[in-house]
Write a new protein. Structure first.
Length: 154
């Protein structure tokens, strides 16, 4: 996912977060300057060659997880929330970049939902793992659907 975070949106998202959290103007300016340095010096090495990564976030860089979390929270607040409401989603759970979505298949067309998620951002592509025999995997868990509950196994 890191390599698919669009460069052009990062500064805008962080600037908006600073404004929404009443960050003092001088501090906001410093944060944005530092972030620009981090973004512009996005280097990595492969087979003794050094490359400049022009888009996305560098794998393994300490700032990448923080910036991707900002980006995903921005998407959740600006786009995903409305999609979840429109599709009558019962539960939405995210751990880093893994999602678990609980829905009623009588009320929600999962293919349409999947299409909407894949059109949220041009470079982000979601995959889908549907329930099989009342069971699905999420992270290291197996979630089994029961009549009125769920059971979870590791």
């Amino acid at each position: 996912m890191y390599t698919n975070i669009p460069a052009e949106e990062r500064l805008t998202i962080i600037e908006s977060a600073c404004k929404n959290n009443d960050v003092e103007e001088g501090t906001k300016r410093d944060i944005l300057k530092l972030l620009k340095v981090v973004i512009d010096q996005n280097y990595f090495q492969f087979m003794e060659q050094t490359y400049v990564q022009h888009d996305g976030l560098a794998m393994g860089a300490p700032t990448s997880s923080i910036l991707s979390e900002f980006y995903l929270q921005h998407l959740e607040n600006s786009k995903i929330y409305d999609i979840l409401i429109n599709f009558n989603i019962i539960g939405y759970f995210r751990y880093v970049d893994d999602l678990l979505i609980i829905y009623n298949e009588k009320k929600t067309n999962i293919e349409d939902l999947f299409y909407c998620f894949n059109n949220i951002a041009p470079k982000l592509k979601f995959t889908i793992e549907k329930e099989t025999r009342g069971s699905t995997n999420f992270l290291d868990l197996t979630i089994q659907r029961e009549i009125n509950s769920f059971s979870i196994d590791i």
